[in-house]
Design a binder for this molecule. Structure first.
Ligand code: SF4
Length: 387
């Protein structure tokens, strides 16, 4: 990897690096993003969110998080090679390419100059892959022309993450990010342009954006903007770098809350808060999802005509498993989802012998047959809305 270092104003250090590989291939379509492939075009993130777990030591991001960033300047060239079907012995599976997530936002301010997202989207479009973008930036609007082309050929899903919708709170915890109001306006704009748009309402910030009236205000505004789904999650706070940075920001702005935090974050290895806290948060969110009738996972209608039937079945079963557990109920669907995801043959070949697959009993069999017939399941659709 060759490195070219530039120091720019406000103490930011930009390293231009040449990456050896960009595309990550998942063993199965993941049920959070419905993606088979993923990529990050930058390492580190100028958005500098106070709660970002990219700061945690486990991610090995060098330098000062939020100030030092690596730009993978050869990403378009590498992705073009990686997606070239002539270089593959086994053909690619049909699946969404996820851009964003992980330790970075591909639409951070540097992308105005480098345009890596735009260049990579052009390659993804040439190869007819559907795309899912996750960002906190309104810069994604710049690439609407390519995203429209992808949407017409296969599918573009554009998701935005929010910790809440109060602009003053966002300024404190998300100093490099366009305001929540600007993000909401971008969602409404993209919806009018015909895109499927989602929200990752995560992490909500304990005792600040997770208060009942704040949560309801957020969900109501997302609904008004027209979102297709909201995926929700609480905050983790891993010890050392992530926690100490977050507590510094908290101390400066909400010192009275430090004690409350010490009660729910007790040094769990993964940075998790207490079970009781997450449980009450989930209940609160599930109630709002039901009240505003918003799907709590990416609904099947957004991908069931786009990806392989095996992936459709596995994702739906996985999502059902997740929702039931989130509601504190037992689920018989997790193992079945895994079995289907590992099949080499189309699941349609198992139409008359589904229960020979591990983890699939008569209840799951009935749901799979319904998905094969209609692309979804009535029970699943009810779970999605917490009905
Ligand atoms: S936008 Fe995402 S990756 Fe970037 S700092 Fe914020 S939480 Fe971290």
């Amino acid at each position: 990897m060759s490195i070219n270092i530039r120091t720019i104003n406000t103490h930011k250090v930009i390293k231009e690096v040449k990456a050896k590989s960009i595309l990550r291939k998942h063993k199965k379509a993941d049920s959070w993003f419905v993606a088979r492939y993923g990529m990050n075009l930058y390492r580190g993130c100028l958005h500098d969110c106070a709660y970002c777990d990219g700061r945690a030591e486990g991610y090995y991001v060098d330098g000062e998080f939020g100030k030092d960033i690596e730009v993978k300047i050869n990403a378009p060239e590498i992705v073009a090679k990686e997606l070239d079907p002539k270089r593959k012995r086994t053909p690619f599976k049909k699946g969404f390419v996820m851009i964003g997530g992980g330790v970075g936002d591909s639409y951070n301010a540097l992308d105005r100059k480098y345009e890596l997202s735009r260049k990579v989207l052009n390659i993804v479009s040439e190869h007819n892959f559907p795309v899912h973008i996750l960002t906190k930036s309104t810069l994604v609007k710049r690439d609407i022309d390519i995203l429209q082309t992808i949407n017409q050929k296969s599918k573009s899903i554009i998701s935005f993450s929010f910790s809440g919708v109060d602009d003053e709170v966002c300024k404190i915890f998300e100093p490099g990010v366009p305001s929540a109001t600007e993000r909401l306006e971008t969602i409404a704009f993209l919806k009018k342009e015909g895109f499927s748009v989602g929200v990752f309402m995560m992490p909500v910030i304990p005792f600040i954006t997770d208060l009942p009236e704040q949560m309801e205000n957020s969900v109501r505004k997302f609904k008004e903007a027209g979102v297709d789904f909201i995926i929700f999650g609480g905050m983790t706070l891993k010890q050392w770098r992530q926690q100490s940075h977050f507590y510094k920001v908290l101390q400066e702005n909400y010192p009275h809350l430090l004690h409350e935090y010490s009660i729910i974050y007790k040094g769990d290895k993964w940075g998790g808060a207490s079970y009781q806290y997450y449980e009450s948060l989930n209940k609160q969110f599930l109630h709002l999802a039901n009240k505003y009738q918003i799907p709590i996972r990416i609904p099947a209608s957004l991908y069931n005509r786009v990806i392989d039937i095996n992936d459709v079945v596995a994702v739906i079963l996985d999502q059902m498993d997740y929702i039931l557990k989130q509601k504190g109920q037992k689920s018989p669907y997790g193992y079945g989802a895994y079995s289907v995801s590992q099949l080499k043959e189309p699941i349609t070949e198992y139409r008359n012998k589904l229960t020979t697959l591990k983890g699939i009993g008569p209840v799951t069999e009935k749901i799979i047959l319904e998905i094969m017939e209609t692309g979804t399941s009535k029970y699943y659709e009810k779970l999605l809305l917490n009905n």
